[in-house]
Design a protein around this ligand. Structure first.
Ligand SMILES: CC(C)(COP(=O)(O)OP(=O)(O)OC[C@H]1O[C@@H](n2cnc3c(N)ncnc32)[C@H](O)[C@@H]1OP(=O)(O)O)[C@@H](O)C(=O)NCCC(=O)NCCS
Length: 220
């Protein structure tokens, strides 16, 4: 079985293999019912819940994690004001048996340790368009987890939500994040010069995207 990315990637995935783009044994019925589902043999995945909030905010206290996040550092109250409505809406949409409007996945190891999150944010007024973003705790870096979860969320958007277009962006200095997007199959669509403020000046913004047609070709 061909493995893409790091040798210790938790889930063998091949970008050109439809079955392997998304981890094969995701229990989507359980996920939609709000349960944690197996994500490979060592991790579990669920939609964001109230009990994730402390871990998410704690992760955003880590200077290395926020080095390339334009919304951080911010007061905890701002993080909470952002995530609380998503958590509440997710709970009520799950209760109604629907996919959440802002699907936000959290990943934990089998002992319940928080690893990170990937979110799909719908673009207002553009039905079928989503922005994808992710943050992982430092102890989770370098295991291929971000790539695997980003691929999962990408496939989820196109296959379950019937998305038309996914967009993503990162600081030019955030080589890890650019690599995650490229390994997922996103194409670099542009560069905005000097977009992000950094400690000693400004950094460029790399813009990435994938259409449903490009996603279909990845799996062809
Ligand atoms: C970006 C982030 C999600 C990557 O997580 P990760 O678990 O290290 O990602 P993966 O292991 O799946 O892949 C990282 C890739 O970057 C590569 N990489 C690591 N350090 C690198 C560096 N300094 N320069 C270039 N590539 C680098 C890795 O080798 C790996 O590629 P490979 O599989 O081809 O070897 C994580 O660092 C993070 O959460 N950062 C803070 C939040 C953030 O910046 N989010 C993105 C906002 S756009």
């Amino acid at each position: 079985m061909r493995k893409i990315g790091r040798k210790n990637s938790p889930i063998p995935i091949g970008i050109k293999n439809k079955k392997r783009f998304m981890p094969a044994k995701i229990d989507f019925d359980a996920l939609k019912a709000g349960q944690s589902v197996l994500f490979g043999s060592e991790y579990t995945l669920s939609f964001i819940r109230q009990s994730d909030l402390n871990d998410i905010v704690e992760t955003l206290h880590d200077e290395e994690v926020i080095a390339f996040l334009h919304f951080a550092p911010s007061p905890d109250s701002l993080y909470e004001a952002y995530f609380q409505p998503i958590i509440a809406d997710t709970a009520s949409q799950i209760e109604r048996g629907e996919w959440p409007e802002t699907p936000t996945f959290t990943l934990r190891d089998n002992k319940g340790k928080y690893m990170g999150m990937v979110g799909l944010q719908p673009v207002i007024f553009l039905e079928g368009n989503y922005e994808i973003g992710y943050q992982f705790a430092r102890h989770a870096w370098g295991k291929g987890l971000a790539t695997t979860t980003c691929r999962f969320a990408t496939a989820f958007a196109f296959e379950k939500l019937r998305a038309h277009k996914l967009a993503a962006d990162c600081y030019a200095g955030n080589a890890r994040s650019a690599r995650v997007l490229e390994k997922t199959g996103f194409q670099r669509e542009g560069v905005q010069k000097g977009y992000y403020r950094i400690h000693n000046g400004f950094d460029d913004r790399l813009i990435y995207g994938m259409t449903s047609e490009q996603f279909a070709r990845l799996k062809a």
